[in-house]
Write a protein that binds this ligand. Structure first.
Ligand SMILES: [Zn+2]
Ligand SMILES: [Zn+2]
Length: 251
């Protein structure tokens, strides 16, 4: 039995509409999620230019509504965060434990070569009587999302804040991962963060968690610098004007 879901649908011509999409029952390794909150990221704007219809949204949190026959780690009612870097679990890198660089489903190529990555069965979502893709195989700007079990992270939190949870897998991880996994910031060191939007604020937060002694936030918006202080910046620089001295020195 299929379910109807009100969704933001990119039409493939740089516009989007709110439309009804039909989702079929979960395949054996799929899960149907009732979306409670979804994030909006610049990539969603970008996805309007991918030249094909798709259900928008790749940041989301919700509740498991239905599970496929082979799903064991989840049950109906579980609170979950959706993860767009869905590993295939079969390739060499996945087998080695490097699911973040899965050979079959590298999320970084999404959009760049005109397709969302992965192995979703296209017939599982329909719009206007035709199969429709979901952004990053999720499609979170929708009442329901049909996703792979591997795209779901269960959260054992009694009163989960779904709005906050919905951005954990994209904006928060991009900032936190940059500091902890890429820069490997050491306690006591200093950091400068250029730009204090969603990702930048989470960079600042991760610097604080990592024990940075000095965290200098730079932005052109005083409001964002206020937020930066809340997230842990020790110093702020408002860079809303050209630095004439610096420019003439460079000349
Ligand atoms: Zn995102
Ligand atoms: Zn893989």
């Amino acid at each position: 039995m299929s379910i109807t879901s009100k969704s933001a649908v990119a039409k493939g011509d740089r516009t989007f509409i709110i439309a009804q999409v039909n989702l079929s029952d979960p395949q054996e390794d799929e899960v149907l999620i009732k979306i409670k909150a979804a994030g909006l990221c610049h990539t969603d704007y970008d996805s309007l230019n991918w030249g094909k219809p798709l259900v928008m949204g790749h940041e989301g949190a919700g509740i498991v509504e239905k599970i496929g026959s082979a799903v064991q780690a989840l049950k109906v009612g579980d609170q979950v965060i959706l993860n767009w870097a869905t590993p295939c679990m079969h390739c060499f890198q996945c087998q080695e434990g490097n699911q973040h660089i899965c050979e079959n489903n590298s999320p970084v190529v999404a959009g760049a070569n005109g397709h969302t990555p992965g192995h979703a069965k296209l017939e599982s979502s329909q719009w206007n009587g035709k199969s429709i893709e979901r952004s990053f195989n999720l499609g979170t700007l929708s009442e329901y999302a049909l996703v792979k079990e591997a795209a779901v992270v269960k959260v054992d939190e009694p009163e989960l804040n779904f709005s906050a949870a919905s951005i954990v897998s994209c904006g928060v991880m991009t900032g936190f991962g940059s500091v902890v996994n890429a820069a490997k910031l050491e306690a006591g060191s200093s950091a400068v963060v250029l730009g204090c939007g969603g990702v930048g604020l989470n960079v600042i937060n991760a610097c604080k968690i990592s024990g940075a002694a000095k965290i200098i936030a730079v932005d052109i918006s005083p409001t964002k610098l206020e937020l930066a202080r809340k997230f842990g910046a020790t110093d702020t620089i408002l860079a809303d004007k050209e630095d004439i001295g610096l420019l003439s020195a460079a000349n």
